[in-house]
Design a protein around this ligand. Structure first.
Ligand code: CUA
Length: 335
């Protein structure tokens, strides 16, 4: 079956949930993104003014000193050897402009990344991997991937604080309507924070080239009311529901290399290289936001991940059709 992952992505819709599909930094819906929009507008205004002045002077000069009939072609133009006043003006003014821009940028960057969160705040640890996001909630003992659930707060002093790290190469966390890009760098910890003003799904992506599937390292932030977030967190804390009907599939799964890379809590599957699958069915998408999480897509993914994400680190295990059905039915039970 052929499938265009980009088209599939565009069709992801959850009934009753507003999806903020426009990843437009000029429509911010959280405080850091709003601060960044304001400074972007200031920079645009200053650079537009410089453009108009310089472009205007050039246009005027070209027009004023154009060639005219009767010009003496052999005569040199008048030779001018500069003016101290003009030299000083066009050195000092740009320096002042640059310092103003550095000052306002530094202030906004500091307010976003020098976050020292109060202990009571929701704190996340997000780890970048080629090519997916590991998402941990240390206060809740939850580990998930690629879809980040947070409460709607609308205020910095009750915001969600995010600690950003990388397992391999440099990545960049970017959800344009919530906050600007913050890099995830090996052996370094960066911070950002988000306080979504409205519930809904905010789409984002990795914004630092990190290898073959960089373009399909997508993420979604699901902003919910406090109650809904509490329900989600409680469900994520539940152990896996033992389902006798998929015992065969579970046995096949646990006999395969799957367990070396994936965790299913309370089972022998304790590998840490790939996403935690304990509550796989609670996610809307697979493979870092590429296809929607449907049984067909899951089957295609397990059958041969390289068809959907060429170069992805998950290999095809060349399962037979009955094995594939059993493994997929087991995965479908992880809700
Ligand atoms: Cu991760 Cu680009």
């Amino acid at each position: 079956m052929s499938m265009n992952p980009v088209l599939v992505l565009l069709q992801v819709q959850v009934p009753g949930v507003v999806e903020h599909r426009v990843t437009n930094m000029f429509e911010p819906l959280a405080s850091p993104a709003a601060a960044e929009k304001n400074i972007a507008l200031l920079v645009l205004a200053i650079t537009a003014a410089i453009f108009v002045v310089v472009g205007g002077l050039i246009a005027y000069t070209i027009w004023r000193f154009r060639r005219r009939p009767g010009d003496d072609e052999r005569q040199e133009p008048a030779q001018v050897y500069g003016s101290n006043q003009i030299e000083v003006a066009w050195t000092v003014i740009p320096i002042l402009i640059v310092f103003v821009l550095i000052g306002v940028s530094a202030r906004v960057i500091a307010s976003v990344s020098n976050a020292s969160p109060p202990k009571s705040m929701l704190q996340l640890r997000i780890v970048g991997h080629q090519w997916w996001w590991q998402v941990e909630y240390p206060q809740f003992g939850i580990v998930t991937a690629n879809e980040i659930h947070v409460p709607v707060t609308g205020e910095r002093n009750v915001a969600t604080y995010i600690r950003l790290e990388s397992m391999d190469v440099a990545h960049s966390f970017w959800v344009p309507q919530l906050a600007g890009k913050t890099d995830l760098i090996p052996n370094r910890v960066n911070y950002t924070w988000i306080d979504p003003h409205e519930p809904g799904v905010y789409v984002g992506n990795c914004a630092e080239y990190c290898g073959t599937q960089h373009a399909r390292m997508l993420l979604r932030v699901v902003a919910q009311s406090r109650d809904d977030f509490g329900r989600w967190a409680a469900a994520q804390q539940q152990p896996v529901f033992e389902n006798a009907q998929v015992a065969q599939g579970k046995a096949v799964f646990e006999s395969l290399a799957c367990v070396n890379c994936h965790v299913v809590k309370g089972t022998p599957a304790q590998g840490k290289f790939g996403p935690d699958l304990t509550h796989l069915m609670s996610r809307q998408t697979l493979a870092a936001g590429v296809p929607t999480n449907t049984p067909d897509h899951l089957r295609e993914w397990v059958d041969d991940p390289q068809k959907i994400k060429p170069g992805v680190l998950m290999p095809s295990l060349k399962l037979t059709n009955p094995e594939l059905d059993q493994v997929v039915s087991y995965l479908e039970s992880l809700n």
